[in-house]
Design a protein around this ligand. Sequence first.
Ligand SMILES: C[S@@+](CC[C@H](N)C(=O)[O-])C[C@H]1O[C@@H](n2cnc3c(N)ncnc32)[C@H](O)[C@@H]1O
Length: 239
Amino acid sequence: MENTDTKQQKIVQMFDEIAGTYDRANRVLSMGIDIQWRKKACDETFKRYNKPIELIVDVACGTGDMMGYWSKQATKADRQIGKIMGVDPSVGMSDVGKQKFPEFEFFISEATALPLANESADIVSISYGIRNVMKRQEAFREFARVLKQGGYVVILEFTKDDKKGLFFTIKDFYLTKILPILGGLISKNKAAYEYLPNSIEGFLTASMLQKELDDAGFETEFCKSFSMDISTLVIARKR
Ligand SMILES: C[S@@+](CC[C@H](N)C(=O)[O-])C[C@H]1O[C@@H](n2cnc3c(N)ncnc32)[C@H](O)[C@@H]1O
């Protein structure tokens, strides 16, 4: 039986391997729907957090798209942000991100060990990343450590659901049959795109996610699932 650290290393290695094709595959597989979810995450957070924003940390930042949306939506909302930084253990993903967004800082590290002082961040976001973090509770405690009191954790993730019906059968078919083939063709790594439906199935429901956040010291203020419940946005405030 593989231990947690070995599993975690293999996941990061998998992202290193697909880093060069990640953005292209993402665009095709999500059909651009994720853009609305990302913008909504930023806008709903800005509505709630009225203090000056010194620091936004995007954990599991990958190739940096969420950081780009924080910056874009802040401009639209006329909000100033002191600094946006990204943290990810995959050197391959971060290297692509650095080329796309030279204006942001990137750090190589896991969600459980953020290179930040206590209570230094206003917002911690993690988009489609928490599913890959093996030591999730440890990561949530780490987010609580680095956030200022009243700061927000913003999570976008594919959550598990137990619903039945035609839409959900279609969604299942897409995730388990079509997505691995398309993702495999684009990345030449089918295994990586078989991992996606399996990791969703092994993940939490939206209410389980809120319960874990509550245990780590957060109060959920917004929780909504989008697009046939494929993706869930949770915004929670540090108590
Ligand atoms: C599906 S990608 C999402 C990237 C980006 N946030 C986005 O929205 O496109 C998942 C990312 O999680 C990162 N990751 C895997 N394990 C992690 C961990 N323990 N801590 C932080 N990030 C991790 C991977 O390296 C990868 O970049």
